[in-house]
Design a protein around this ligand. Sequence first.
Ligand code: GDP
Ligand code: IMO
Ligand code: MG
Length: 472
Amino acid sequence: MTVTIVGAQLGDEGKGGIVDVFGESADVVARYQGGDNAGHTVVHGGETYKLSLVPSGAVRGKIGVLGNGCVVNPHTLFEELDGLHEQGLDPDVRVAERAHVIMPYHRILDNLEEDVRSDDDLKVGTTGRGIGPTYEDKVGRRGVRIGDLLDPAVLRDRLEYVIPQKRALIEDVYGIDLASVDLEFDGFSAEDALDVDAVYDRYVEYGERLRDEDMTVVAGEFLTSRIDDGEQVMLEGAQGTLLDIDHGNFPYVTSSNPTAGYAATGSGLGVTTIGDGEVVGVVKGYLSRVGTGPMPTELGPSDGGHGVDAGDEAAATGDDPSAEDLASYIREEGGEYGTVTGRPRRVGWLDLPMVRHAARASGFTGFAVNHVDVLAGLDEVKVGESYDLDGETIETIPSTTERWAQCEPNFQTFDGWPEVDWAAVAEEGYEALPENARTYLEYVAEEVDTDLYAVGLGPERDHTVVLDHPFE
Ligand code: GDP
Ligand code: IMO
Ligand code: MG
């Protein structure tokens, strides 16, 4: 069977930790979308593993697959694999031949286009990893796929077609002189990133390494044969529902579909296989966001976060001193700084209209609530239950970002719970949680109308209380 793990909010909900907890029973862990914009953390045995591309199951020695729906930067992949070897792991990672490759010009374009957009206040606050430009080339039918790296003649043809177009886009449309662009990524200057020979030479080498290490697969065939053999497959979503290109708050989104429907398309498993399995949403007990876009329950600015510069700490705390203190408290307690970029994350209260939207969009069969320990010690904990919009009360999010930014949250307030020995609570089980924390969790489960499968009480693997195991 399959278990699909999906972020229910704006990314960084603790998906890596939940994949690690439930992944015990999996044979294979596959990613189906996104690339090294993800930053998934697994903490076990005093060691912290930060994974951008390698599926989190690697920490437990599971086979990892980067599905056809992913965009793969080979430089990051090999660097990450080397780093994990240094941490004592020996990851077995396969990459879909149909996955698209992030090329150095994609990273240059991602960063230049953010600058262009910021002139019109449209900056997304991307991770700068080239994600959007790579998916654009996939849909525009001018991308390079992993399989193309294995055939140098095809790779050269693709590069000779696409690189002059990218150069013209930068020079003639954006009017930027490449020689003056002071960016360097993965050892490529801007000039080299737009040079066919320089890119070709390096990417042929990546292709050779992929072949030598027998890393490429036809993901759908590989995964389906595992399922046919009775193995368990976990699908690890990256980002979150509100960052989904279709179901998120466009245009402040990533360029892929983290929602569960894409677990089929992006892995090559059939929709019936995914649908026969479980879909587990991951919720952080509050809210964090690294990029631009509205956030009605944000502790801070009154403009709904619309147009707020990504990662601007002042913006995330606004000018209300009590909100500022609360946001800083939660940010420090929760370590709310981007795993990929180190940017301080914006912080807000849990937003139920958002989670209801996520539960419906992916069809959650269960969900996990993380970071319950981070909220400990507060006098009261709030939850955004519904929104007021144009004199009406609504329970889910409007379809446009502009309307969403106008939503005023209605809060439920809960008595806080004390800081306790979370490791001991996790060992004892759900009933050992402080009563007020259970009241809050049961309210959330009822409002989202989904079964609570796990509660996160700390970053460590054994700081998670499991109520129901999706593989069992
Ligand atoms: P992901 O992108 O969804 O995998 O999440 P990240 O790894 O980017 O961010 C989650 C952060 O919170 C990481 O540092 C985790 O180790 C940590 N974390 C996960 N679950 C919990 C939890 O229940 N409590 C606390 N305190 N930290 C957690
Ligand atoms: P994980 O998997 C949080 C955000 C960026 C930006 C927007 C688009 O760790 O939860 P992109 O580089 O994808 O084009 O950026 O999406 N973003 C994330 N935010 N967690 C992530 O991944 C994210 N991946 C992208 O900050 O707002
Ligand atoms: Mg993350």
